[in-house]
Design a protein around this ligand. Structure first.
Ligand code: G6Q
Length: 552
């Protein structure tokens, strides 16, 4: 078990009271004043590490805010908890598990002990097998049952076994083999599978069934349908399955039961949480798309950020600072959401990926000791790539009644240089953060010739906080750094909130609930229903509609 820091409940700590008092003083200060007071603020509240530049000057903070937040981190035992995570202590208390996703990207010569065994050689053995397999598929050496080369790869998985692979494939598409088609099936809605395969030749298609447990309802249903689709092509020849199905799982017994030879299984371990697994064998589709070398470069990026988080003092530590800033708005300003706004089309699935990472990790209402928290924990993460959002929901961020801290993510170089597009894109980032922070005064609006009655509508109060992250190019390594940055920011917040960021009992519930209702929807005879009256009526209505639409 882990050595948890013995500390007082969060809100009873003197530093919390100091932060509350400080907030009362600071809440009426405008970013305009803060910038006017210190002409060097834009350079002072900025930090560069591991190739990521973070400008956090447009946050509603002062030196005092930072020093109190840093004190909070110290007193919360963040340093000891970081060490405990990297050391492999069972910090996932409710599941009694170590949390070692950082071992997935450790260099070959590192030593990380889990229950007395160095896991690094195991990690690299799987990576080597993945590399060998990827090279064989990509070169055409691995063929389908009929002898045709594999041109289509379909990852079947859900949650952590889907969101990372989809996001990474989209993010790194520039580096992918364009002669191959990659698709991702996750939803149990038959449309997802049907649309994914409708234009594909089974003889050229490889399925990766990705499931840590290999028992997840949606994944198993989709995998069975994939098997049936393939068997129709193979004319019932079971031997062909081995050429068209591989598995990524921790559960060898279930993989075998499904009919996949464990020789075609890529393993990982129970110390890797689903939402922290895109850099494990769950990333097999990513490796097939971008090749082993690029995949390893991505792991290198992850590792660089890991090392930065593990070693940098908190005032120079990107994930720690971002975590503290997010907590500042969440717990003191009462902000309920954070918008993540990548100005990079390839990162279009990054906000969806972060939703799982942040909300599944920190959407908890009890502390690790099981006490109900008396403060807010994980905020809601959401977002869309820029500039699209500017033409829709940014309205609310600029002029609505809610405070929405934003993370803007920009790159200096575009992978698809096209005329003035890149400068136009980045000009929008800077313009948005500037407008959010400083707004537009009555005088400024009037000076534009606005009639008096229209002035209130065209007024921008400003004082809307944002971070700007700037990187050079979206490379595989840069993606690894970005993901690890958010992973560790989530960790920082979870430690301070004293919650278990690595369990997901809320998700587990969903895995069993539907099992009870399914037979009631399918049974030929009218089932005896004993749910609440709403659920009973919905089941009856569904059964009736289903039968009449069949007749029709
Ligand atoms: C992630 C969650 C969850 C999980 C899926 C799929 O942290 O645990 O999203 O990844 O439910 O689970 P399997 O990989 O076991 O199918």
């Amino acid at each position: 078990m882990t050595n948890l820091p013995v500390s007082a409940p969060l809100r009873q700590r003197p530093v919390w009271a100091q932060l509350e008092a400080h907030f009362q003083k600071l809440k009426s200060l405008h970013l305009k004043q803060l910038f006017a007071q210190d002409p060097k603020r834009g350079e002072k509240f900025a930090l560069e590490a591991a190739g990521i530049y973070l400008d956090y000057s447009k946050n509603r903070i002062t030196d005092e805010t930072l020093s109190l937040l840093l004190q909070l981190a110290q007193e919360s035992g963040l340093r000891a908890q970081i060490d405990a995570m990297f050391r492999g202590d069972a910090i996932n208390v409710s599941e009694k598990r170590a949390v070692l996703h950082t071992a997935l990207r450790a260099p070959r010569d590192a030593t990380i002990l889990h229950e007395g065994r160095n896991v690094v050689p195991d990690v690299h053995a799987v990576l080597d097998r993945m590399s060998d397999f990827s090279n064989r598929v990509r070169s055409g050496d691995w063929k389908g049952h009929s002898g045709k080369r594999i041109r289509n790869v379909i990852n079947i998985g859900i949650g952590g076994s889907d969101l990372g692979p989809v996001m990474a494939y989209e993010a790194l598409k520039h580096y992918s083999d364009r002669a191959m088609t990659f698709r991702f099936v996750s939803n149990v809605d038959g449309t997802d599978f049907s649309e994914a395969v409708c234009d594909l030749d089974p003889a050229e298609t490889l399925f990766i069934v990705s499931s840590k447990t290999f028992t997840t309802l949606e994944t198993m249903a989709n995998a069975q349908s994939a098997r049936a689709w393939m068997m129709a092509q193979l004319k019932g020849d079971e031997a062909g399955i081995a050429k068209h199905f591989v598995a990524v799982s921790t559960n060898a017994a279930e993989v075998t039961k499904f009919g996949i030879d464990t020789a075609n299984m890529f393993g990982f371990w129970d110390w890797v949480g689903g939402r922290y697994s895109m850099d494990s064998a769950i990333g097999l589709s990513t490796m097939l798309a971008i090749g082993p070398e690029n995949f390893r470069a991505m792991l290198g990026g992850f590792h660089e950020m890991d090392e930065h988080f593990r070693t940098a003092p908190f005032d120079q530590n990107l994930p720690a600072l971002m975590g503290l800033l997010s907590l500042w708005y969440n717990n003191f300003f009462g902000a309920q959401t954070v918008a993540v706004l990548p100005y990079q089309q390839y990162l279009k699935r990054f906000p969806a990926y972060l939703q799982q990472l942040t909300m599944e990790s920190n959407g908890k209402h009890v502390t690790i000791e099981g006490a109900h928290v008396d403060y807010d924990t994980g905020p809601i993460y959401w977002g869309e790539p820029g500039t699209n959002g500017q033409h829709s929901f940014y309205q609310l961020i600029h002029q609505g009644t809610r405070l929405i801290p934003c993370d803007f993510i920009a790159f200096a170089r575009n992978l698809n240089p096209l005329g003035r597009h890149q400068d136009m894109l980045v000009a929008n980032v800077f313009a948005q953060t500037e407008a959010l922070a400083f707004g537009k005064t009555v005088e400024e609006v009037k000076a534009e010739g606005t009639p008096d009655w229209l002035v209130p509508h065209r007024l921008f109060e400003g004082n809307r906080p944002s971070n700007t992250l700037m990187l050079e190019t979206l490379t595989p390594a840069a993606l690894g750094k970005l993901v690890a940055l958010y992973e560790h920011s989530v960790f920082t917040q979870g430690v301070i909130w004293q919650i278990d960021s690595f369990d997901q009992w809320g998700v587990e519930l969903g895995k069993v609930l539907a099992q009870r209702i399914l037979p009631q929807l399918e049974s030929a005879n009218e089932p005896k229903l004993d749910h609440d009256s709403s659920t009973n009526a919905l089941i009856q209505r569904y059964r009736k509609l289903k039968s009449t639409s069949k007749e029709g």
